[in-house]
Design a protein around this ligand. Structure first.
Ligand code: M6R
Length: 369
């Protein structure tokens, strides 16, 4: 069943290029435009939308945080992302022009279900992004875009996350396409990049041995910090969540710009800090700022584990460990940057003798509030 792997998690990490490709399949037509017929919300309704609200829990929430950058950039529609467990208790402002997107691998997460019920009661349309056919969340939504990750058995979500990202990008690009924003050319180019991205994920998987070796050397550490900016910030949160649930280590993700507002006080000699570096192309300001952040923490003794694009030489002098990822457009980087963090957490869990597929105290789907 595990296809020769020791754990389902390893199998599911390895399946990611296929899962990503399957989630794209049939949704990009040969002319390079998107056909999301399953999204049974008409283009005219989608043109009326004045706000997108994403609700989800855990890893799916991190996918939602990344989706916000994509949706706001390509559509200029304001987008909020909220933990499903917080959402309905604050009486959110919703109406018939709000599109609510509920992201859930299992389709059975109670908090997400209650959030979408609340949204529908307010007259909002709900689009589910879900990996489980016929589960409760898509059944109760107005429309569903299925992710085609296949069954995910390990409690720690990996391939479901990457496919949730793909689905979010598709929705963002589709909204951009339907509403005809000024980013038309960029949207076309990104659709092309997206259609090739599974090969890049494959390339990352081929280079993971040094990441495993590094993880094993950190097995006796108590704390690992993760830093990122822009879409790298939710990636940092996801890396920290994986490490908490699998390695039972204190792991925290921060927006790198927040360092000097508090977290930098945590830096001490030999503390491992993983930094996700944005592409030096595109938004180069972000890149330069994070390189300064790496210098700052290293000067205070941190052991820097830097995830940076191939060809980015500026980070070399400040990286105690350098993990290379392929160049992608800025917004798509999470698809390649998350993979080393999954491998890192899985290997650390193994090195610490933890049960990888069934971490203590956790259930695969959380069907109680
Ligand atoms: O099935 P869902 O996507 O709704 O589940 C949401 C979270 O419970 C889930 O992502 C959880 O955080 C994972 N164990 C993270 O690896």
């Amino acid at each position: 069943e595990k296809g020769g792997y020791d754990y389902f998690m390893l199998k599911e990490i390895a399946e990611q290029p296929r899962a990503v490709a399957d989630t794209l399949l049939g949704r990009i037509d040969p002319s390079g435009s998107l056909t999301l017929d399953e999204v049974r919300i008409s283009p005219s309704e989608l043109r009326e939308i004045d706000k997108v609200v994403i609700v989800a829990c855990g890893t799916a929430f991190h996918a939602g945080l990344i989706a916000k950058y994509a949706i706001e950039h390509w559509t200029r529609i304001p987008c909020e992302v909220e933990l499903a467990s917080e959402f309905r208790y604050r009486d959110p402002i919703l109406d018939g022009r709000s599109l609510v997107i509920a992201i859930s691998q299992s389709g059975e997460t109670m908090d997400t279900l209650m959030a979408l019920r609340h949204a529908r009661e307010q007259g909002s349309k709900v689009l589910a992004i879900c990996n489980t056919n016929g589960s409760t969340i898509p059944r109760e939504s107005d429309a569903v875009l299925y992710t085609h990750a296949g069954p995910e058995v390990a409690v720690a979500s990996t391939k479901a996350f990457l496919t949730q990202l793909v689905a979010c990008y598709l929705v963002a690009l589709y909204l951009g396409q339907v509403r005809g924003t000024k980013w038309g050319d960029e949207i076309q180019a990104v659709i092309k990049d997206l259609s090739r991205i599974s090969e890049e994920v494959e390339r990352v998987l081929e280079t993971m041995e040094p990441v495993r070796a590094l993880a094993r050397t950190l097995a006796s550490k108590n704390t690992v910090l993760f830093l990122g900016r822009h879409v790298g910030y939710p990636v940092a949160l996801e890396g920290a969540l994986k490490l908490k649930e699998l390695a039972y280590m204190h792991a925290e993700g921060f927006a790198a710009g927040e360092l000097k507002h508090g977290p930098i006080a945590l830096i001490e000699e030999d503390l491992p800090v993983v930094v996700v570096v944005p592409s030096p192309r595109g938004r180069s300001v972000l890149h330069d700022k994070i390189v300064s952040n790496i210098q700052e923490i290293r000067a205070r003794g941190a052991r820097t584990i830097v995830i940076a694009e191939e060809g980015d030489e500026t980070v070399v002098p400040y990286a105690d460990h350098l993990i290379r990822i392929p160049a992608t457009p800025t917004l798509l980087q999470p698809l390649v940057a998350t993979v080393p963090l999954q491998v890192f957490a899985c290997e650390l869990a193994t090195a610490r003798g933890n049960e990888v597929d069934q971490p203590r105290n956790l259930a695969k789907s959380v069907t109680v509030e």
